[in-house]
Design a protein around this ligand. Structure first.
Ligand code: PNS
Length: 164
């Protein structure tokens, strides 16, 4: 069973890591799929996001990190995956995730979306909050993979300087 875990990961948080670690135990291979949508301007380049994700998933033998552009279901098909994994934090996630899973099912009936409830410890956490904390010079260390916090902080600072 191959699963894909698609997302923006801008940047990866401990909430994402919780979903990656738990779902990697449920499939033979997990592909973490970084959306590189040229229309969106992310804070981290997709190369940086892939590099960071590869580092923080290096301890998981069955996890690969790749980028994709276009429809998630098309990428899933190319990878031979029949399962899309998504994390659900609070009720507020449900509406958007429900629409996306329903549309993906309509587009590809053979691909199922499986939801994991994010560990309650991280149920309030999002990449945008991490970016905001960094923008105001707050401490992001508790919210991102510990070994990568300095790198993530540095990249966020650099991108904020660029914006000024
Ligand atoms: O981390 P995110 O931003 O919540 O991830 C959203 C993502 C990448 C899963 C979603 O935007 C996506 O699947 N985009 C690719 C286009 C697509 O397939 N959309 C769903 C059907 S319209």
């Amino acid at each position: 069973m191959i699963g894909i875990y698609p997302g923006s990961f801008d940047p990866v948080t401990n909430g994402h890591m919780d979903i990656i670690e738990r779902s990697s135990r449920m499939v033979d291979k997990l592909v973490v799929a970084v959306l590189c949508n040229r229309a969106k301007k992310p804070t981290f380049s997709y190369e940086e996001r892939v590099r960071i994700l590869k580092q923080c998933t290096a301890h998981l033998g069955n996890v690969e990190v790749e980028t994709f552009d276009g429809l998630t279901v098309d990428f899933a098909r190319r990878k031979g995956a029949h399962m899309i994994i998504r994390g659900l934090r609070a009720i507020s996630d449900f509406e958007n995730e429900f629409s996306m899973a329903s549309m993906n099912k309509q587009l590809a009936d053979d691909i199922e979306t499986m939801f994991l409830m994010t560990n309650t410890q991280w149920s309030y956490l999002s990449s945008s909050m991490v970016r905001e904390i960094a923008a105001y010079d707050g401490d992001i260390e508790p919210f991102v993979p510990a070994a990568l916090a300095p790198q993530i902080k540095k990249a966020l600072r650099a991108s904020l300087q660029e914006e000024k």
